[in-house]
Structures are given as C-alpha cells and as structure tokens.
Design a protein around this ligand. Structure first.
Ligand SMILES: Nc1nc2c(ncn2[C@@H]2O[C@H](COP(=O)(O)OP(=O)(O)O)[C@@H](O)[C@H]2O)c(=O)[nH]1
Ligand SMILES: [Mg+2]
Length: 315
C-alpha cells in the first residue's frame, strides 16, 4: 500500500469534518473493520486533525468546535485546511440536539472558507447516529428532524452541492452505501471494484482474487504477480466446471447444502477457495475465487466484502 505524504499540497483530499463527538472516528473505525488496512497516516495525538488513507484517497479527519482556538487557527490560514478539497463530508450528531445550531454554524463557516478559495467541492452531510435500534416513536421524531434539518441547511447555507445521508455505526450498510456512492463520484465503477478487491485480498492475505459473474466474465481481479495471475486464470475454468457439476447434483437430489457452496482445493502447492456469492436476490450469483498459502479464511471477511460489492454494483 502506498503511503501518501501528510502535507503534500498537491494531493487532493477528502475533508472529513464536523463537531467533536459527532462520530467521525467511529465511522472511520467501522470502515476500517470492513475494508481493513486503512493506513492511519497521522495518529491521534491530542491534535484535532489526523489523516488516513482510504481506497487510495487521503482523508483528513478534523474536529470542529470545542476550543475557540481551532476556529481562529483555520480562519487565519484557510488554505492549509481547505485547499485541494475534492470532497467534504460533514458529520452531524442528530441525537445531540443542543449542539445542532453549533453544528450548522460551523458548516456555514466551512462553506464560507470554500467560497473564499473559490472552490465548490460537493459536501456530503451525514445525519449521524440515526440508529436502527431507535424505538418507533423516536425513529419518527428523528426522521422528521432530518427532513427539517435538510431544508434548514439548504436555505441557510445557500450552497449548490449539498447531499444528505442518514447514517449510523449500528447500521453498517448505511455507512458503506454512503461511502461507496461518494467514492463512485471519484472513481469509475470498475476502478472502485478493483480497489475494493485489492483491499480485500490484503485483508485475507490472499495473493490473488477474481470475481466472476454468471457468464464467466471477470468483473474484477487482483494478482500479486504474473505467476499468480497465470495460475488463477488457468484455474478459473476448472472451478466453474466443478460448480456446474455441483449444481447438477443439487438439482438431482440436493446433495449439497445451498448455503454452504464454498470449496477448498489444493493445487500447485496453494490453496484455492471458490465460493458463490449472492449480490442481489433476483440476479444470478457471482463467484469468488481466491488463492492463498494457507487454507484458513474467515467467512465474515467474505461476507463483508460481499456487502461492499453489493453496494457498489447494485446501489
Ligand atoms: N448511538 C450512536 N453513537 C455513536 C455513533 N457513532 C459514534 N457514536 C458515539 O459517539 C461518540 C463520539 O464518537 P467519535 O467517533 O469519537 O466522534 P468524533 O469526535 O467525531 O471523532 C462515541 O461515544 C461513539 O461511540 C452512532 O452511529 N450511534
Ligand atoms: Mg475523532
């Protein structure tokens, strides 16, 4: 993984900001668990600002609020904080009603800084802590709150490129959905799939991964080197044939349990894991083939990878 220099002035960045306590670090940690290997470039050290890398982008996390000095610091030197912002994500804790006016105030501050720099990056506002466990009455209340907030912000901020999401760390798909939609504005779908597969390979310590659709077409792949590429590409037909015979057996009399259609095979002194992944209810399954030096893997890693692909392919 490439490490980006923290203060590289040319690199565009994702500004990830909002009041302290809004939930920014928690969102990053949730993403980190799913994708793993988010490189924290500048660790928390009491500072209000740190930078990490996510799918090839430098993301700069930055707390607003609290000490007045922060506000003064960035007002004095807006370029340092705001320049080269490709995308801004602004997190608002909707459960902390007392601080909502403050959150909107700072948002307007952020927008004013962009205007000062004659920049107009899209701003994605996360109405965060919209937890699925909320009771129905509370759910309706928050639902109305976000609808009203959205209108308030739109009229108060007077900024064209505002987009809104309801998110919660207890509803991981809400975060993955928001992040993949945002990243899809920066990358093409196929680039994002490639980056996600590479990150997954890294997480499960695999030297090569291919994702194949029902027509045996590769929709994305990662190969550590040409040798692995060769091995995987020449093995794919074998696994697809194997899969066909499984299916035939399944149709004949249910030899195999549908929910557990993964196979582990040793070939060329390596372990191949082949599994069917379902990305949408009414479309044929996709297939995942990965090669490793060790036969172990975590089902959960494949599940979360599948969830991410789902969001990218069928949002
Ligand atoms: N209920 C709820 N709490 C959350 C959520 N996300 C974060 N939190 C909590 O909010 C607090 C502040 O979160 P943190 O990530 O440190 O905020 P930051 O200052 O913006 O980085 C922590 O106690 C988190 O556990 C969420 O989606 N729902
Ligand atoms: Mg934080």
């Amino acid at each position: 993984m490439e490490y980006l220099k923290e203060e590289d002035p040319e690199a565009s960045k994702i500004l990830f900001t909002g009041l302290d306590g809004a939930g920014k670090t928690s969102i990053i940690l949730a993403l980190k668990r799913e994708f793993s290997k988010i490189a924290i470039l500048s660790p928390t050290r009491g500072a209000q600002r740190r930078v990490f890398e996510f799918l090839g982008k430098a993301v700069s996390e930055w707390d607003l609020g609290g000490q007045k000095s922060y506000r003064i610091a960035y007002l004095k030197n807006p370029g340092k904080y705001f320049e080269n912002t490709e995308i801004a994500i602004y997190v608002i804790d909707i459960q902390d009603k007392k601080r909502i006016p403050e959150a909107i105030d700072y948002l307007k501050d952020v927008i004013a800084q962009f205007e000062e720099l004659e920049a107009e990056p899209p701003i994605y506002i996360f109405f965060h802590k919209f937890d699925p466990v909320l009771e129905r009455s509370a759910y309706n209340e928050y639902s109305n709150l976000t609808i009203n907030l959205k209108e308030d912000i739109k009229s108060e901020a007077d900024y064209k490129r505002l987009y809104f999401y309801n998110t919660s760390i207890y509803d991981l798909p809400s975060i993955i959905k928001a992040m993949s939609e945002i990243l899809l504005t920066l990358y093409s779908k196929s680039e994002l799939i490639e980056k996600t597969i590479a990150q997954f390979a890294n997480k499960v310590k695999s030297d090569g991964v291919v994702v194949i659709d029902d027509n045996s077409l590769q929709i994305g792949s990662y190969f550590k080197n040409d040798e692995i590429k060769e091995i995987l590409n020449s093995s794919t037909p074998y696994f697809l044939t194997l899969n066909d015979s499984f299916r035939a057996a399944e149709e004949r009399g249910g030899l195999f349990n549908k929910s557990d259609t993964s196979v582990l095979v040793q070939r060329y002194k390596k372990y191949f894991i082949f599994t069917q992944i379902s990305l949408k209810d009414d479309v044929p399954p996709y297939y995942l083939l990965l090669v490793k030096d060790e036969p172990n893997y975590q089902k959960e890693d494949i599940e979360s990878f599948t969830n991410i692909l789902k969001q990218i392919l069928y949002k």
